[in-house]
Design a protein around this ligand. Structure first.
Ligand SMILES: [Zn+2]
Length: 298
């Protein structure tokens, strides 16, 4: 539609080039710029930046349009979510394809006012939010690019993660690694990467599929623990939680027993139950580590 896309160019501390679309709400645009500055990005073309306050022309991303909006709703089943999958190795073919088709593409950032979408993930009842979507597309000027569409509430960490996802895509982590071909638009394919983040207040790290066979949970933040066994008492006055855990981020870490018993004042029967559960978890921990040793030795 317009020969010259209205963008300003930002350079990351590591030298990556990103462009910010100026054809968006001025308040959202300024928030996005603050985020880029806070992340250490520097603006390359100052003149374009000054003109931005009044720039409203050009292609406008409309998240309500439906064609590339795959926002989740509170009713979505977790099996329908796109999951961050960074544990599979790339093949030489994937590396070659990405080098030829993706490595040279620039990134455009859009900030939209859409509320972040919360999802109740049914395994564990944890809440997740969609911080952004990342699309690889061909724009109206025929320019292939990555486009990061940040939802309201997105943070600097979300921008950093989006950049990292794009860098990984350029290194070959594309179609088998969380990207979906969502449609052919004007004869060009569009690819979507949707990332989900926790909103339950405990962490906002990226989500990963659990690949620990002994773990009872399907999903994790990268800073969480695997959990092989769990015994809980919710009895008032005699509460305790016992878990067999090991950190997700440390592949070599052994299973250990974690005990949390705040304000425990129990009857002899409750103490017996506690000791029984503790003993059960101790044995489960021994068994989990024995299985683990076999796997490592195999
Ligand atoms: Zn796990």
């Amino acid at each position: 539609m317009f020969a010259t896309p209205a963008v300003e160019t930002w350079i990351s501390p590591s030298g990556r080039v990103g462009t910010v679309a100026l054809d968006q709400d001025p308040v959202a645009l300024e928030a996005l710029r603050d985020m880029m500055r806070a992340q250490g990005y520097t603006l390359q073309n100052e003149e374009a930046g000054e003109a931005a306050g009044t720039a409203v022309s050009g292609e406008i991303i409309n998240p309500g349009q439906g064609t590339i909006d795959t926002s989740v709703t509170p009713d979505v089943d977790e099996r329908d979510l796109t999951i961050v999958q960074r544990t599979t190795d790339v093949t030489p073919e994937e590396v070659d394809w990405a080098a030829g088709n993706l490595a040279h593409l620039s990134t455009t950032y859009h900030d939209v006012k859409t509320d972040r979408q919360a999802v109740d993930v049914r395994s564990g009842g944890r809440l997740w939010r969609s911080a952004c979507r990342i699309v690889m597309l061909t724009d109206d000027n025929g320019v292939e690019q990555f486009r990061v569409v940040l939802y309201k509430g997105a943070t600097i960490a979300d921008v950093t993660d989006a950049d990292e996802v794009i860098e990984q895509a350029k290194a070959g982590y594309f179609l088998r690694h969380g990207w979906d071909r969502i449609e052919d638009f004007n004869g060009s394919p569009r690819y979507l990467f949707a990332e989900y983040r926790r909103v339950d207040g405990r962490t906002s790290e990226p989500a990963l599929v659990c690949d620990e066979p002994q773990c009872s949970e399907g999903w994790h933040s990268v800073i969480e623990d695997h959990c092989a066994e769990e015994m809980l008492s919710r009895t008032t006055g005699a509460r305790y939680e016992i878990r067999v855990r090991r950190p997700v981020a440390e592949a070599a870490a052994p299973w250990q027993v974690e005990v949390y018993a705040d304000d425990f004042m129990g009857t002899p029967e409750q103490v017996a139950a506690f000791m029984n559960d503790l003993s059960w978890c101790q044995q489960a921990c021994v068994a989990a580590n024995a299985k683990r040793t076999k796997v490592v030795a195999a």
